[in-house]
Design a protein around this ligand. Structure first.
Ligand SMILES: NC(=O)c1ccc[n+]([C@@H]2O[C@H](COP(=O)([O-])OP(=O)(O)OC[C@H]3O[C@@H](n4cnc5c(N)ncnc54)[C@H](O)[C@@H]3O)[C@@H](O)[C@H]2O)c1
Ligand SMILES: [Zn+2]
Ligand SMILES: [Zn+2]
Length: 375
């Protein structure tokens, strides 16, 4: 079949809207009509050429929602008409990693997904007879796409596609980092560095988890109001304080009877390795946990004095918020439908596919929190 798609033909170039060829689903695969897709910072990272694993030409996009329109042989858990969210982190429930119960990083299709291919080692997309790579196993910047059954979460059919597509990455990553990775308890103090599409979801996750003090840190003052809207209690702009941000926050988080200070939990949502170090070092001696969510540029390394860890801080990271896609994504959609979490105000712009490059421009200028393309 033919489908409209925004194709990344080369790094650093705008996406081009063209008609591509799409082969139907093979065994264990499903064909999905994408109804809406968010534009995440990670798409931009790959498009910019900074991603060492980026492949071109490819169809980017990994934050979609849509409807199953066809299923390949052997598919049992999905049928035509199901409303779904594609998963860049699949959940096969059978591989060694899935069975461990300790991680969401399923390995069933890891190798081919990283090569921009379907599990049988080929691509379903082509343009003028030449194959186009899949991206993060999702390629939601195409109106129709093919995914393995194990990489598709079935969701409540009453959820609006142009809102819950955000659960496909940003919402789940931010909230999951708090609940699954850090396991924040009621009454905690927490610091979130970077109040973009991910950081704001960390903030709402902290609010749900019952954190007392939620400090947001951003170099853009416009983010103060955004943070407050989702539960942030204090704002710090590191460029406007005297001295270094670490002692400043350590001092801020001193509680009654505590002579040291430091936050129980800190989160990096910037991808900046200097910020990652700051986040670790303003976590509390003895028990502070610092979670890396941001994706750093190629070749970047993190460093700190080992004493920071010897004295009880834990440095950890999370992909897709530690969420097991087929199990957790439908639950997060239900939380949204039940009013436990907010999504609508974070979707600041809705675009047509033809205007998708404007979405990237607004991300760069800091104008948008999330732009969503509606097909
Ligand atoms: N681990 C995962 O599974 C996962 C999933 C999605 C996105 N990400 C990554 O998370 C990061 C954030 O994504 P996003 O969509 O929220 O990006 P974004 O651009 O919307 O937000 C980043 C924010 O960080 C702020 N910032 C930049 N430099 C700063 C500094 N030095 N100190 C404080 N704040 C600073 C910016 O002003 C902005 O508000 C990206 O690196 C993205 O690739 C990771
Ligand atoms: Zn993403
Ligand atoms: Zn698995």
């Amino acid at each position: 079949m033919k489908t409209r798609a925004a194709v990344a033909f080369a790094a650093g170039k705008p996406l081009e809207i063209v008609e591509v060829d799409l082969e139907g689903p093979k065994a264990g695969e499903v064909l999905i009509e994408i109804k809406a897709t968010g534009i995440c910072h990670t798409d931009d990272f790959t498009l910019s050429g900074a991603d060492p694993e980026g492949l071109f030409p490819s169809i980017l996009g990994h934050e979609g929602a849509g409807v199953v329109v066809d299923v390949g042989p052997g598919v049992t858990s999905l049928k035509k008409g199901d409303h779904v969210i594609p998963l860049y982190t699949p959940e096969c429930r059978e591989c060694y990693s899935c069975r461990s119960g300790k991680t969401n990083l399923c390995t069933a299709i890891r190798a081919t997904q990283g090569q921009g291919l379907m599990p049988d080692g080929t691509s379903r997309f082509s343009f003028e007879g030449k194959p186009i790579f899949h991206y993060m196993g999702c390629s939601t910047f195409s109106n129709y796409t093919v995914l393995p059954e194990i990489a598709v979460a079935k969701i409540d059919a009453s959820a609006a596609f142009d809102k819950v597509c955000y659960v496909g990455c940003g919402v789940t990553t931010g909230i999951g980092a708090v609940i699954n990775t850090a396991k924040v308890e009621i009454g905690s103090t927490a610091v979130v560095f970077g109040l973009g599409g991910i950081g704001l979801n960390v903030i709402q996750g902290l609010r749900i988890a019952g954190a007392d003090m939620i400090i947001g840190v951003d170099i853009n003052n416009a983010k103060k109001e955004w943070g407050e809207r989702f539960g942030m209690t204090h704002f710090v702009n590191p460029t406007e304080i005297d001295g270094d941000v670490v002692p400043y926050i350590v001092n801020m988080t001193k509680r009654r009877g505590d002579l040291i200070g430091g936050a129980d939990y800190t989160f990096d949502c910037t991808g900046n390795t200097t910020v990652m170090r700051q986040a670790l070092e303003c976590s509390h001696r003895g028990w502070g946990k610092s979670v890396v969510i941001g994706v750093a540029g190629a070749g970047k390394e993190i460093s700190t004095r080992p004493f920071q860890l010897v004295t009880g801080r834990t440095w950890m990271g999370t992909a897709f918020g530690g969420a097991k896609g087929r199990t957790d994504v439908p639950k997060i959609v239900d939380w949204y439908l039940d009013g436990k979490i907010e999504i609508d105000p974070m979707i600041t712009h809705t675009l047509r596919l033809e205007d998708i490059n404007k979405g990237f421009d607004m991300m760069h200028s800091g104008e948008s929190i999330r732009s969503v393309v509606v097909y």
